[in-house]
Design a protein. Structure first.
Length: 282
């Protein structure tokens, strides 16, 4: 569950972007990597704890999302899927290589005080960094669900997801909705990067492994379905941890990709069918 909550925060941002914009963001993992580097350098240069960096990271990555949409995504939002794929893959490659030039390919590791702190609950030992990351991830995911379900902005976003042309005819500024959607998605994954920074090493390709898991989660839960992404993240995390325990860590990637292939073969629409594409699962 601790691991699944972090996967959920990453996957919810990814599925939100697809559910409303109909764009699969292949650069999603690179923003996770940037979040990890933000936490690393803030701690290394100024001794700022990652937990405090969240106050900066959320609005910062929201702004990064707005800028990225204006410079890159706006021009391809109505283009073919091939153009969108090449654009986001190109953005992914560019960000990886910028990180490589700026910070080299070395693994950057830092350990704040809480990364080595163990707390015991009901006879079970937990790492404090993981527990806090779990609580913050759950809180942010619930806040995003509340935004989508009970606010005017959320209703406008869901209306655009259901039928963008009808939403335009009803006076909704769909470009503003797309801009806001992309910024929220990037803020989610950037925040997740800060949360996992004490747990994993930061390097230019750090986001690739995690975002592959996010794609498995999104497909498992149903493309565009936020509730499905939550359930899928717990399933994938259970398969990863349980498979590592039973078969060894070398098998964990084999197991969740077998799960991925099985879903594509037997349930290609995901756990909740096409519901997510119509309602975002909220």
């Amino acid at each position: 569950m601790l691991l699944g909550s972090i996967y959920a925060l990453i996957a919810v941002g990814l599925t939100l972007i697809f559910g409303i914009m109909r764009v699969v963001n292949f650069a999603h993992g690179e923003f996770l990597m940037l979040g990890m580097y933000l936490a690393f350098w803030s701690f290394t240069l100024w001794s700022i704890d990652p937990w405090f960096m969240l106050v900066v990271a959320i609005p910062l990555f929201f702004g990064v999302g707005l800028l990225t949409y204006a410079l890159v995504m706006r021009g391809v939002i109505h283009a073919s899927h091939n153009v969108q794929i090449f654009t986001t893959v190109g953005l992914s490659t560019a960000l990886q290589n910028v990180a490589l030039v700026l910070w080299t390919g070395d693994y950057q590791i830092f350990r704040p005080w809480h990364s080595g702190t163990v707390i015991r609950i009901a006879g079970t030992a937990f790492n404090l960094s993981q527990v806090v990351a779990f609580l913050i991830s759950v809180a942010l995911t619930i806040a995003l669900f509340a935004l989508m379900k009970w606010t005017h902005t959320g209703r406008v976003m869901r209306a655009t997801a259901q039928d963008s042309e009808a939403a335009t005819l009803m006076g909704i500024d769909t470009d503003r909705v797309y801009r806001l959607t992309f910024a929220i998605g990037i803020a989610c994954v950037g925040t997740a990067g800060v949360l996992v920074s004490p747990l994993y090493a930061a390097y230019p390709q750090a986001g690739l492994q995690v975002v592959l898991l996010a794609y498995v989660v999104v497909v498992l839960g149903g493309l565009g379905d936020m509730a499905g992404a939550m359930v899928g993240s717990l399933i994938v995390a259970a398969v990863e941890v349980g498979g590592s325990y039973v078969f060894g860590t070398a098998w964990k990637e084999v197991l969740y990709f077998l799960l991925f292939i099985g879903v594509l073969v037997f349930r290609p629409a995901g756990l909740f069918g096409q519901r997510g594409a119509e309602t975002l699962g909220v």
